[in-house]
Design a protein around this ligand. Structure first.
Ligand code: SAM
Length: 337
């Protein structure tokens, strides 16, 4: 059978989802509970029919698991479902049996929520043991409906999914209109760049975002990936031969691998001279460096706190120049007169 591109599958499913019958769900699902809302349940049913995945990975078990099993049951070649949850009460520990009559096989994986580092960010994540998933093959479709925001939220999930994805894996993020999910989407866009294509889909009460993974960025490469993006952004703005101040110890700058000459801030004889004692010291150093012809200053994420702590320095940078980049990895000021 011909495979369908994720974007075409989305279009077709958006069009046909309103016809999906949910009357088999009793009591009837509502839009204000913990489960996927009816509009999302219809869309997810349709996308399974249209995309014909071999492996579905679900983060956040529940009614959606039954629905996935049911929708994937008739698929041939067979589809298997890995359903991950942190809470024994909602991860139905059924030993991997099919849960719907005629439904696709579901392998439940009870995975604690832990804190892990993703490319220098500490985030909540499921402790997924790959051998506990339904299959070793990458996921074709991923449904992200957990963890709850009070337990760390969903930003970590896309980074960790990368280890179970292939080019073209389609990820659906439920509740994508909420501020926390919007923040996660913004961070994904800023940290993954064109490795993903993210879209808020129309017509969902609580929001539904699609994330097509164009190129998986494995967790072990994510650190390097974040620096590569930062380097490219810097080199687009800072002309060749112009030097750049890097707030804090120069390790962050060295990691960029840029050809632009870097100066740590504070600096003495080319070496890092420690954090400024106060705003006045920081501004005096800025003056000294400007007099030497250095007109760009970067803050990597480890020194973002400076911009809150050295308030007068931050105001002075904004007064003298322009904040030309401000994302999850990098803040860059262009201070050219
Ligand atoms: C949004 S829910 C996932 C719902 C699931 N995808 C569904 O459609 O039924 C996210 C997580 O919250 C937890 N959860 C679900 N119902 C809950 C409840 N009534 N009280 C507390 N936690 C709940 C579960 O661990 C679940 O994985």
């Amino acid at each position: 059978m011909k495979t369908i591109e994720p974007t075409d599958a989305i279009q077709q499913s958006l069009r046909d989802a309103p016809q999906v019958d949910l009357s088999w769900i009793q009591p009837a699902p509502t839009a204000d509970g913990w489960t996927l809302a009816p509009d999302a349940l219809r869309f997810v049913t349709k996308i399974v029919e249209v995309l014909r995945p071999h492996h579905i990975l679900e983060l956040g078990s529940g009614l959606s698991t039954r629905l996935l099993s049911r929708a994937a049951g008739p698929l041939s070649p067979k589809c298997v479902i890995s359903s991950v949850d942190h809470d024994p009460q909602f991860n139905w520990g059924s030993g991997g049996a099919a849960i719907e009559e005629g439904g696709a096989k579901v392998k439940f994986h009870l995975a604690p929520l832990v804190v892990r580092e993703f490319g220098g960010k500490l985030l909540g994540a499921y402790l997924i043991q790959p051998e506990k998933l339904a299959t070793k093959r990458p996921a074709d479709l991923v449904i992200v409906d957990g963890p709850p925001v009070n337990l760390g939220g969903r930003e970590g999930t896309l980074y960790q999914i990368m280890d179970f994805a292939r080019p073209g894996t389609l990820v659906l993020l439920d509740d994508s209109k909420r501020p926390e999910e919007r923040a996660a989407i913004k961070a994904w866009e800023e940290n993954l760049g064109d490795a993903v294509t993210i879209r808020q889909l129309p017509g969902f009460g609580k929001g539904m975002a699609s994330i097509v993974i164009n190129r998986p960025v494995p967790t072990k490469e994510f650190w390097h990936h974040r620096f590569e993006l930062s380097k490219a952004e810097i080199e687009q703005i800072v002309p060749e031969g112009q030097s750049l101040l890097i707030a804090g110890d120069n390790w962050w700058g060295r990691e960029l691998g840029t050809s632009r000459p870097l100066l740590p801030f504070m600096e003495k004889d080319g070496a890092y001279w420690g954090e400024p004692t106060d705003d006045a010291a920081a501004i005096a150093e800025l003056d000294r460096q400007a007099a030497r012809g250095t007109h760009f200053m970067a803050f990597g994420w480890p020194t973002f706190w400076w911009l809150g702590h050295y308030k007068q320095l931050a105001a002075e940078l904004a007064r003298r120049g322009k904040k030309v980049l401000d994302n999850d990895r990098l803040v860059l000021f262009d201070l050219r007169p």
